[in-house]
Design a protein around this ligand. Structure first.
Ligand code: HEM
Length: 461
């Protein structure tokens, strides 16, 4: 790409607000990140440059630009050193999400086979069973009268699923506690993320103390699970899960197995990456279906046409509309709403010069609602995703799972899980939003979630 770099005097200026707006930009971003990112894109176009306190941001709003960053010239755009990176490190250590280059490639190659479609399909029955277990609890809770927070319910379910599938751990007893812990931790991560001036962890302010306490509590659970696994192995038990794969790996240079700290980092990464995002894809699907009874009826017709039995992985091809609802929910409420990278060398994106060591953003949320690529973008219309209607679409006008070599590792897992959970619940229940309950999308590191939860009543069909 360096060959296309223009001499400085011939470079077109990148549109954007005045550099003097460095603090007002920050304030507006903190008030409403989605609104700020959307406003920048719609006001200034394909590439926008703006200041956020001491940071200079390049926000790329064209699918060609997203494709170049995530795929075509991905080697030029790393994760290490992006704003908030130190915060990410505090939580994920050296897990897959927070490493770059050769280390990332080795680790990705190690775990990739575990996410092959065939392997993932083996988790389907377990996911349906855990959904059934949850529905059994609902039955005892008079959910037709007493509203429950669907966001919390689904969050526990996806946490159980990912921990059970990848680490063979049964955390039913602790699920509520662990879920609360991860949510609170994610909240504090988000606060640090949105504020580049947040004091480092060594400064003993209440937010930092709480952060350390939550992380330590989370870690003690993970380390206990690792100890338990070692004890089980010593007793001759066999495992074929992701933890077994990680524990059997040897460092190419030293021949040493992964340390407990390295195992902790990957467990934390997979649990966090795999739970919050899937929760939000499901939560918004239930919300949108409750608001669109026609679409809801169509999903129900599809899932009841399977007969008087539970859905299985083999049924998924017979549920195209159910899948389209999930796709459309992730278009409107992309769980991962922004992707951040740091350029290594200079590059040209959509005709604009991006300097080396720049912070570059692409926002699935903004792109998914761009009227250039999505007619009537605010309208919920699952038809957009039925196979007959997707031809000719730019692949990076819709990228809830990112793209290129760092494409979400759990994409198949998530698509299967969300479809099976939605189908299983819809076979038995109609969910209705509690009248008057406010719903507002809120940006949290663990995914775009409803700020006040999603209070719903559930009615047997
Ligand atoms: C609807 C649910 C999900 C969504 C929308 C989602 C979205 C994403 C996105 C956008 C990325 C790329 C981040 C970037 O490029 O910076 C990503 C990466 C990742 N996801 Fe997901 N994800 C979901 C579910 C899952 C699940 C269920 C798992 C694990 C079971 C998972 C594991 C990962 C991992 C390990 C990465 C890092 C990959 C790498 O850097 O090589 N995700 N996800």
């Amino acid at each position: 790409m360096a060959t296309s770099i223009l001499p400085a005097r011939a470079r077109p200026a990148i549109p954007g607000p005045s550099d003097l707006a460095l603090f007002s930009n920050l304030r507006k971003l903190q008030e409403n990140q989605l609104h700020f990112l959307t406003h920048m894109a719609r006001t200034y176009g394909d590439v926008v440059r703006y200041r956020l306190a001491h940071l200079t941001i390049y926000q790329v709003n064209h699918p060609d630009g997203a494709a170049q960053i995530l795929q075509g010239n991905h080697k030029n755009y790393g994760i290490e050193g992006v704003p908030g990176f130190k915060t990410l490190k505090l939580v994920f250590g050296d897990g897959l999400i927070t490493i770059d280059g050769d280390r990332w490639l080795r680790q990705r190659r190690l775990v990739q086979p575990h996410f092959h479609h065939r392997q993932v399909a083996t988790y389907g029955d377990m996911m349906v069973q855990s959904t059934l277990d949850l529905m059994e609890q609902w039955r005892d809770r008079r959910v037709n009268e007493l509203p429950l927070d669907m966001n919390t319910e689904l969050s526990r379910l996806t946490l159980l699923n990912v921990v059970q599938a990848l680490f063979s751990m049964d955390i039913k007893q602790d699920a509520a506690y662990l879920d609360k812990l991860t949510m609170e931790l994610a909240e504090l991560v988000s606060v640090r993320f949105a504020n580049p001036l947040y004091p480092p962890l060594a400064v003993p302010i209440p937010g930092n103390k709480k952060f350390i306490a939550l992380r330590d509590a989370f870690d003690s659970h993970i380390y206990r699970a690792i100890r338990q696994r070692r004890a089980d192995l010593a007793e001759g038990r066999e495992f074929h899960d992701l933890l077994a794969l990680l524990m059997s790996a040897k460092d190419a240079a030293t021949g040493e197995p992964m340390s407990d700290k390295a195992l902790r980092d990957e467990i934390c990464t997979f649990v966090s990456a795999g739970s919050g995002t899937a929760t939000q894809a499901l939560t918004w699907s239930f919300y949108l279906l409750a608001a669109h009874p026609d679409a809801e009826d169509r999903v129900r017709r599809e899932v009841t046409a399977l007969g008087n039995r539970l859905p299985t992985v083999a049924d998924l091809p017979q549920l195209p509309y159910t899948r389209a609802v999930i796709d459309e929910a992730m278009r409107l409420y992309s769980p991962v709403w922004v992707l951040t990278r740091r350029s290594l060398e200079a590059d040209m994106i959509c005709g604009y010069h991006i300097p080396p060591r720049s912070t570059v953003l692409v926002s699935p949320y903004v792109m998914h609602r761009d009227p250039t690529y999505w007619p009537d973008p605010e309208r919920f219309d699952p038809e957009r995703f039925l196979p007959a209607n997707t031809a000719g679409r730019h692949p990076y006008s819709y990228f809830p799972f990112g793209g290129g070599p760092r494409l979400c590792l759990g994409k198949d897992f998530a698509l299967m899980e969300t479809a099976l959970v939605l189908a299983t619940v819809m076979q038995r229940y109609r969910a209705r939003l509690l009248p008057g309950h406010p719903v507002e999308a809120y940006t949290r590191a663990a995914g775009l979630h409803p700020r006040y939860g999603l209070l719903m009543t559930l009615h047997e069909v």
